[in-house]
Design a protein around this ligand. Structure first.
Ligand code: PEP
Length: 248
């Protein structure tokens, strides 16, 4: 059985005052689903101290363990600050920082070396979907950005169609199911059935309290990576509750 995961990506949002949201989120984390918050890096240590019962993660890390990389953060630094996870390959990193699958793969290796679990993001653009290339794109990203050595413990994959992030547009449940079933099959083929079946697959892109229940009912959806609706407990707690309910 895969433990469901509700993951919040705060992106570049949140000053110290935002930590007050964590108490209610932690209270909702007492159900079967695991709850992860990835605040901006400035809040990782404070969030890890403040939020018992919540997992805390970073939103990116450097591929190198240390060195002359001004402004960057290593995986070991995140772990040292109390992070358990790191998001890698988010489409905003791929676009804003020109990150490619090879970069994501190197970062993933660095994260594993530091003992972090990785939430690795994949997803197609609108043009790619409209050209019926979605599965090719996702298959390529999985093959190129996941290093050998993946396990159900060190890897979570998040399917995040770029056109659904922050737009209010959500794929149909059939479209989500098609991609998640495909990702499961690809992971089983590459890593073997045992590992392939144990890696958790999240959906991300405009998840809200109003659509979470139907998304969590889709096959091979083990939770969500949530951006905007993870900033406030009033929005994120109902999503956690919907995931807990789907866990039976
Ligand atoms: C995200 O950026 O990972 C995301 C899913 O954002 P939103 O929920 O705001 O669409």
């Amino acid at each position: 059985m895969r433990t469901k995961l509700a993951a919040g990506n705060w992106k570049m949002n949140g000053l110290k005052a935002a930590l007050s949201e964590l108490g209610e989120m932690a209270a909702a984390a007492s159900g079967p689903a695991e709850v992860l918050i990835c605040p901006p890096v400035t809040l990782v240590a404070a969030a890890a101290d403040a939020a018992e019962g919540l997992a805390i993660g970073g939103q990116d890390c450097h591929a190198k363990a240390s060195g002359a990389h001004t402004g960057d953060v290593s995986a070991a630094m995140l772990a040292d600050a109390g992070a358990e996870y790191v998001i890698l390959g988010h489409s905003e990193r791929r676009t804003d920082h020109d990150e490619h699958d090879e970069d994501v793969r190197a970062k993933c290796e660095a994260a594993w070396d530091a003992g972090l679990k990785v939430v690795l993001c994949v997803g197609e653009s609108l043009e790619e979907r409209e050209a019926s290339n979605t599965l090719d794109i996702i298959g390529g990203q999985l093959a190129k950005s996941i290093p050998d050595g993946a396990t159900g413990h060190n890897l979570v994959v998040a399917y995040e169609p770029i056109w659904a992030i922050g737009t209010g547009k959500v794929p149909t449940t059939d479209q989500i199911g098609e991609v998640h079933d495909f990702m499961r099959a690809r992971l089983e083929k590459r890593f073997g059935e045992g590992v392939g079946r144990s890696v958790r697959l999240l959906y991300g892109g405009s998840v809200k309290p109003s659509n979470a229940g139907e998304i969590f009912a889709v096959s091979n959806v083990d939770g969500a990576l949530v951006g905007g609706a993870s900033l406030k407990a009033a929005d994120f707690v109902p999503i956690i509750e919907a995931l807990n309910a789907s866990a039976g």
